[in-house]
Design a protein around this ligand. Structure first.
Ligand code: PDD
Length: 285
C-alpha cells in the first residue's frame, strides 16, 4: 500500500513529498507540530490538539494559512488515504520558504503545512505495555519555552538516543535541581506508596501533553488522588509505580529507571488501569 502525504495543498506519493531547501523549518526549525493518535480510524482529541496548535502558533507568531475546518478535513483525508486504522497523524506548520535570514520573512510568505499519517502496531503497543519500558535519566538541555510544541527537537533527539544506547526506551529529562521535567517525547508520572499520582505542573518547563490533560479527567473520574508537583529522580526510584503518557503511547508503564526496579519491577496496576480506561474520557472525531 503506497503512502500519501499532504504538502501545501496537494496529496503526494510519500517519496515525492518534499519541501524546499529554504523552508524555514528545515533551516531554523522555525515551526510547530502536533501528533494525534488514530484509533479505529478516528482521530483522538483533535479539538484539544488544535487548541494547543493555535497556542503554539501564536507564541511563535506564525499564522495558520487555512481555516481550522479545512485543516480538519486535511487531517481526516490524510488518515483515510493512508488507510490508517490505528496509528498517528502528524501535522507540521513552518514559517514557510524564504531566503535565509534570521528575522521573519515578508508577510506575503505563506506558512508550509505538511500532514502525514501511518499505522502503528496496536497489538505490539499492548505487548510493550504488558512488559513495561525502561527509562534512563539525562540532563534537560532544552530551551526555556518547551511548552511550545516546536519542531526544534535536537536536545530530545540526543537524550533519547543516549537512553537508547543504554538499552532504555525513553529518556527522563532532569533539571538543574534534580527534578524530572518530562520524557524526551512524553510526560512523566509516578505513583507514591500511598497510591497518589504525581506529575509536574504545567508551566514553561514541560509540554502540556494532551494525554496528560485527559488523564487528569480519568484520574478524577476514578476517584484517584493527584498531586501536581515536581518530583526528584530519587523519589521516582523509590516509589511504587512510574509511567509515561503521550498520544502515540497512551499510558506506558515504566518498570526500571537507571537500572533500578520501580516497585516490583513489573507494570503497576494503576498505570495499566489508566491505560485501559483512557479512551472513555478521550474525544473521537
Ligand atoms: N510527543 N512531552 C514531550 C516533550 C512530547 O514530545 C510529547 C509528545 C509529550 C506528550 O504530549 P501528548 O500527550 O500531547 O502527545 C510530552 C509526540 C507524541 C511526538 O513528538 O511524537
Amino acid at each position: 500500500m503506497s503512502r500519501v502525504a499532504y504538502v501545501n495543498g496537494r496529496y503526494l506519493p510519500h517519496r515525492k513529498a518534499t519541501v524546499h531547501v529554504e523552508d524555514r523549518g528545515y533551516q531554523f526549525a522555525d515551526g510547530v507540530y502536533e501528533v494525534c493518535e488514530i484509533r479505529d480510524q478516528r482521530i483522538i482529541d483533535e479539538r484539544r490538539h488544535m487548541e494547543r496548535l493555535q497556542r503554539s502558533l501564536k507564541e511563535v507568531r506564525i499564522q495558520l494559512p487555512m481555516s481550522l475546518r479545512a485543516l480538519s478535513v486535511v487531517l481526516h483525508e490524510t488518515v483515510r488515504r493512508n488507510h490508517v486504522c490505528n496509528g498517528i497523524v502528524y501535522l507540521q506548520i513552518t514559517r514557510g520558504v524564504a531566503r535565509r535570514d534570521f528575522t521573519f520573512p515578508s508577510s506575503t510568505t505563506t506558512p508550509s503545512v505538511v500532514v502525514t499519517a501511518r499505522n502503528l502496531d496496536r497489538a505490539g503497543g499492548e505487548k510493550t505495555a504488558h512488559n513495561g519500558i525502561v527509562v534512563a535519566t539525562m540532563p534537560d538541555q532544552r530551551w526555556a519555552r518547551v511548552d511550545i510544541k516546536s519542531v526544534s527537537l535536537l536536545p530530545n533527539v540526543l537524550a533519547k538516543q543516549a537512553a537508547k544506547d543504554q538499552g532504555a526506551r525513553e529518556a527522563w529529562l532532569v533539571d538543574d535541581r534534580g527534578f524530572v521535567t518530562e520524557g524526551g517525547s512524553s510526560n512523566a508520572w509516578i505513583v507514591t506508596d500511598q497510591g497518589k499520582l504525581v506529575t509536574r505542573p504545567t508551566d514553561h518547563d514541560i509540554l502540556r501533553g494532551i494525554t496528560r490533560t485527559v488523564l487528569l479527567d480519568v484520574i478524577a473520574a476514578e476517584g484517584l488522588e493527584l498531586e501536581e508537583r515536581p518530583f526528584t529522580v530519587e523519589e521516582a526510584y523509590a516509589e511504587r509505580e512510574a509511567f509515561v503518557s503521550s498520544a502515540s503511547q497512551i499510558v506506558m508503564p515504566v518498570i526500571r529507571i537507571d537500572g533500578r526496579n520501580i516497585g516490583t519491577g513489573k507494570p503497576g496496576p494503576i498505570a495499566l488501569a489508566l491505560r485501559r480506561t483512557f479512551h472513555r474520557k478521550a474525544e473521537f472525531s
